[in-house]
Every structure is written in structure tokens, then in C-alpha cells.
Design a protein around this ligand. Structure first.
Ligand code: NAP
Length: 286
């Protein structure tokens, strides 16, 4: 039976560290880290994510500002808000909740966030920095995965890591972080042939495809580490990952559950990035 990696416990531990580090930083500099979150429209899931981010800020002692904009907000209005937040000294992180309504150009909006305040690490400047391994911020979900490995003493060096999914927010940066951690990395996607043959060779599998219980036990090598980023509803409406947990748990050495695995770590990493942004701001201001 696999060790179940507890995202709630790890998240609580890291938030405690962030809280005390932030308090110390505020004492030394008079600066309280500040995060602004912009939500456009009425998407219920997004509203929950935004509320959770606000709660997390309160928990670690950050200032937070939530901007809940109407669905029919124009690009000009949204960009004008982003530009104002870019200029403010008391806001160190800016996050625009995805997805945006169809009439708004998400890439354009991201490109207009100052890279120093881009705590999601989606701006091309930050994406490029991750590629060359010289970064301030890591995208929150892959960063959370790397924290799991560290916490459970799993060193990717020399290991065969298979990342299933190649999105810009999870799969690609995940592969890059594994590469920086000296794993031998294979990235799979919807056009990959003989996927099971590839996942069966993996010492570490990261699933990020958004397909409920797609990965079965016969696709997993005995003793593999299985990280499940997926968040899906299965046929019974239950929240579930991309791996069939019960059967894979018997094969893996370590496994993340859904819920309670990677999910809680994502917002915690956002808090970490906001603190880093505030510290960078202070250094730059001299
Ligand atoms: P996405 O943008 O939809 O990308 C999905 C990726 O999976 C694509 O690269 C796609 O391949 C690949 N894929 C789809 N079906 C496949 C199949 N049958 N075999 C192999 N590859 C397949 O999704 P995402 O934003 O990366 O999110 C992935 C999952 O993670 C979702 O369930 C999402 O809810 C979850 N998620 C969780 C968190 C968290 O905090 N826990 C954060 C972000 C995302 P192509 O490129 O060929 O289309």
C-alpha cells in the first residue's frame, strides 16, 4: 500500500512558515505583502477559488483586494485596472482569475501584468525565466508538486519522470521543474501512442489531463510515485483525480489523493509567490 501524501497537512505547515516569515518581514520593513485578485463575470467555481485565495491571505496575514467585475467589463476597463495595480506600492501580486469571458483576450491581459507582480508566473518573461532556471516565481501547481517530493524525501535525480498533459499552466512547467531537478522527463499528451507502455516505465508519474480515473493500476510500475493533479467529477458526481485511486494505491509507493492532495498546495504556493514579490519589491526600492 502506498504512503498517502497529505496536501492539507503540508499546506498548513507551509502556511505557518509563510505567516511567520511575513510577520518578520513586516517588522523589519513596514511592508505587508498585498495580493489583488480580479474576477470577471459570474462563474461559480471561480468565485469559490477567489474566496479561498482571500481566506488564505487572511490566514497568513497578507493584505488582499478582490475585484469582482461585471461579465460585460471591456478590455479597456480591465487593462486600466491592471495598470493601476501595477503602479501601486502596497500591491505586490496581481492575479486575474481564469477563465475570462470570451470577449476578453487572456494572453493580452497576462502580458499587461507587470512580470514582478505576476504571482501566477504566466507572463512570458516569467515563463522564459523558468525555462532557463533563473526564476523568482514558479507556477503554483507544479511548485506544489515539487514541495511534496521534498517533504516526502523523494529525489527526482536520475529518475524517469512521465508527465501526462502539456498545458502551459501545469504539464509544461511541471516537465521543466522535473528537468531542473535532474529527472529524465517524458511529456505525454492526447496524441501520444502507447501511453501505457510509457507510464509503466515511470518512477514518477504526474497526471494532469482532466480525465476522471483515466490512469489504471496496470499502467503503473510497482513502487512508482504517483502525483495526481487532475480535478474531475466522476460518473457519481464525486470529486476525483486523473488516476483510479483505489487500484493505483496498491501499486504505487507514494500517491496524492484527490481531494486533499495537490489542490490545497496550489493556493499555498500563491501565498509563497506573493511574499517573494513583496521581498523583491523591497530589495528593488532599496
Ligand atoms: P488542459 O489545459 O485541458 O490540458 C490537458 C492536457 O491533457 C492536454 O495537454 C491534453 O493533450 C492532455 N490530454 C487530454 N486527454 C488526454 C489523454 N486521453 N491522454 C493523454 N493526454 C491527454 O488542462 P490543465 O489546465 O493542465 O488541467 C489538467 C487537470 O488538472 C484538470 O483536471 C484540472 O482541473 C486540474 N488542475 C488542478 C489544479 C490544482 O490545483 N489541483 C490546478 C490546475 C489544474 P493535448 O495537448 O494533446 O490536447
Amino acid at each position: 500500500m502506498a504512503v498517502i501524501m497529505d496536501g492539507k497537512a503540508l499546506s498548513a505547515k507551509i502556511r505557518e512558515q509563510i505567516k511567520s516569515e511575513s510577520a518578520e518581514f513586516a517588522k523589519e520593513t513596514g511592508i505587508t505583502p498585498g495580493l489583488a485578485v480580479i474576477l470577471v463575470g459570474d462563474d461559480n467555481a471561480s468565485k469559490i477559488y477567489v474566496r479561498n485565495k482571500e481566506k488564505a491571505c487572511a490566514e497568513v496575514g497578507f493584505k488582499s483586494e478582490m475585484y469582482l467585475l461585471e461579465e460585460n467589463t471591456t478590455e479597456e476597463e480591465l487593462l486600466s485596472l491592471v495598470h493601476k495595480l501595477n503602479e501601486r506600492d502596497d500591491i505586490h501580486g496581481i492575479l486575474v482569475q481564469s477563465p475570462l469571458p470570451k470577449h476578453l483576450d487572456e494572453a493580452l491581459v497576462i502580458n499587461n501584468i507587470s512580470p514582478e507582480k505576476d504571482v501566477d508566473a504566466f507572463h512570458p518573461v516569467n515563463v522564459g525565466k523558468i525555462m532557463i532556471g533563473d526564476y523568482s516565481f514558479l507556477p503554483c501547481t507544479p511548485a506544489g508538486v515539487m514541495e511534496f517530493l521534498k517533504e516526502y524525501g523523494i529525489d527526482p535525480t536520475g529518475k524517469r519522470c512521465v508527465v501526462v498533459g502539456r498545458s502551459n499552466i501545469v504539464g509544461k512547467p511541471m516537465a521543466m521543474l522535473m528537468l531542473h531537478a535532474n529527472a529524465t522527463v517524458t511529456v505525454c499528451h492526447s496524441k501520444t501512442r502507447d501511453l501505457a507502455d510509457i507510464t509503466r516505465q515511470a518512477d514518477i508519474i504526474v497526471m494532469a489531463i482532466g480525465k476522471a480515473e483515466f490512469l489504471k493500476a496496470d499502467m503503473v510500475k510497482e513502487g512508482a510515485v504517483l502525483i495526481d493533479v487532475g480535478m474531475n467529477r466522476n460518473a457519481d458526481g464525486k470529486l476525483t483525480g486523473d488516476a483510479a485511486f483505489e487500484e493505483c494505491e496498491k501499486k504505487a509507493s507514494f500517491i496524492t489523493p484527490v481531494p486533499g492532495g495537490v489542490g490545497p498546495m496550489t493556493i499555498t504556493m500563491l501565498m509563497k509567490n506573493t511574499l517573494t514579490a513583496a521581498k523583491n519589491f523591497y530589495k528593488k526600492k532599496g
